[in-house]
Design a protein around this ligand. Structure first.
Ligand SMILES: Cc1cc2nc3c(=O)[nH]c(=O)nc-3n(C[C@H](O)[C@H](O)[C@H](O)COP(=O)(O)OP(=O)(O)OC[C@H]3O[C@@H](n4cnc5c(N)ncnc54)[C@H](O)[C@@H]3O)c2cc1C
Length: 384
């Protein structure tokens, strides 16, 4: 049999790459090799419906993709240890798997709390298996400390609070995501945490977690909750790329706007990449579900012979309890913020050098729809 497409990873980027390659009639068999123990599933519900206890921690299929129907082989519990681009071979589980085209979609891994003792009981949340353990712990917890005030931290804190758990968020930031989103959006997050009864400790560092769950803070206080979750962000999963000659930047796989790596026959998509966005005219690093799906589709079709470019403005939605924030932005900074308040909602516009580079909306879908266009066009901030 001729060699076909091999994909590393069964997240949205990997699954959509495999599906798009197959739909485009790419030659040879299509195989996804994944370290995950579950068939491909959606991650966003894990910190929301699943952690609130409204959805069972079971795989929910990724929209728009049905690997089985498309004849795609998904090999679970198969971690790729090494690739050899000269021989066009992937090493996984003691086997050598040949490929004609390879898509790297290995995503990212949550950053562990560096100051926790090795045997401390600190949860991380990335996979369905992580969510199963977290939900089990939450089911008999009365108190929790969530470390980190990024979107996963805020979503998880509110979901835990909705189960009746007494939750404290501890963050080194002066206010949740104030540097990333500005004062007004940060205030919104702060208000929502307060409304949900979540206590917030800002400017506070966790100096250690002693086993099992004794959390020591830089202000000298100690907490001993029933559950500790560290939500400190993620690092790209690229340990298997050492020695391949594939270019990386700060650990991420560098790809052009066609999502080609520096090595022939190898594409990459999703959280693992630093990808050139043709509309932005510069490389971006994006960690969003929808963008991983889009990038995977482009990588898959290009691996099958197309010549498509990544141009979309990155975006995501975050659900904090039952409030939905929508964000669309290049995501690499701003020097001006304009806030438009409306009854029951708002839009925060972001600009750099007078040009619109993003927007965050709450209950303002008309602005959200307009924002993508204004960002793509590089419209003046005065147009908003
Ligand atoms: C709890 C949670 C909630 C989220 N909510 C949102 C949201 O509301 N909106 C949003 O836009 N984004 C959200 N995200 C982020 C979003 O899930 C990611 O951006 C997205 O999953 C990235 O997709 P990916 O395919 O690039 O990587 P991943 O989804 O991380 O998939 C990577 C895959 O590669 C596998 N893998 C890694 N290393 C290897 C290896 N060496 N060999 C084989 N397989 C390997 C992994 O097992 C996994 O299957 C959330 C993330 C989490 C964890």
């Amino acid at each position: 049999m001729s060699h076909g497409l091999v994909v590393v990873g069964s997240g949205p980027a990997g699954v959509s790459a495999a599906q798009a390659y197959s739909d485009a009639g790419g030659p040879g068999p299509v195989t996804i090799l994944t370290a995950d123990e579950h068939p491909p599933y959606q991650r966003p519900p894990l910190s929301k419906d699943v952690l609130r206890g409204e959805l069972a921690p079971e795989p929910v299929a990724i929209d728009g993709a049905d690997p089985e129907l498309a004849g795609i082989t998904v090999e679970l519990r198969t971690r790729v240890n090494r690739i050899d681009p000269d021989a066009r071979v992937v090493h996984a589980g003691g086997r050598e798997i040949p490929y004609a085209a390879l898509v790297l979609a290995s995503g990212a891994t949550p950053t562990p709390l560096p100051t926790a003792e090795p045997d401390a009981d600190v949860h991380l949340l990335r996979s369905l298996a992580d969510a199963e353990r977290l939900v089990e712990a939450a089911s008999h917890a009365h108190s929790a400390v969530v470390i980190g005030s990024g979107f996963i931290g805020c979503e998880a804190a509110v979901s835990l609070a909705r189960r009746g758990i007494d939750v404290t968020v501890v963050t080194t930031e002066q206010a949740p995501q104030v540097a990333r989103l500005g004062d007004r959006a940060s205030q919104l997050l702060t208000d929502w945490l307060a409304e949900e009864g979540v206590a917030l400790v800002t400017g506070g560092e966790v100096t250690s977690v002693r086993a099992p769950r004794e959390v020591h803070l830089s202000d000298g206080t100690t907490r001993s909750p029933d559950l500790v979750l560290a939500a400190l962000g993620v690092a790209p999963s690229t340990d298997y790329l050492a020695g391949t000659g594939i270019s990386t930047h700060e650990g991420r796989v560098v790809v052009d706007d066609r999502l080609r790596t520096s090595v022939d026959g190898v594409w990459a998509a999703g959280d693992v990449t630093r990808a050139h966005n043709a509309a932005a005219g510069r490389p971006l690093h994006v960690e969003h579900w929808g963008d991983a799906l889009t990038m995977g589709e482009i990588a898959g079709r290009n691996a099958a012979g197309a010549d498509e470019s990544w141009t979309a403005v990155p975006g995501f939605w975050s659900e904090i309890g039952d409030r939905t924030l929508k964000h669309v932005a290049w995501g690499d900074g701003f020097d001006e913020v304009r806030v438009v308040e409306r009854p029951g909602g708002l839009t925060v516009w972001y600009a750099q050098d007078g040009v619109v580079v993003g927007a965050l909306t709450y209950e303002a879908d008309d602005d959200y729809k307009r924002a993508e266009q204004l960002v793509t066009e590089g419209a003046s901030i005065d147009e908003v």
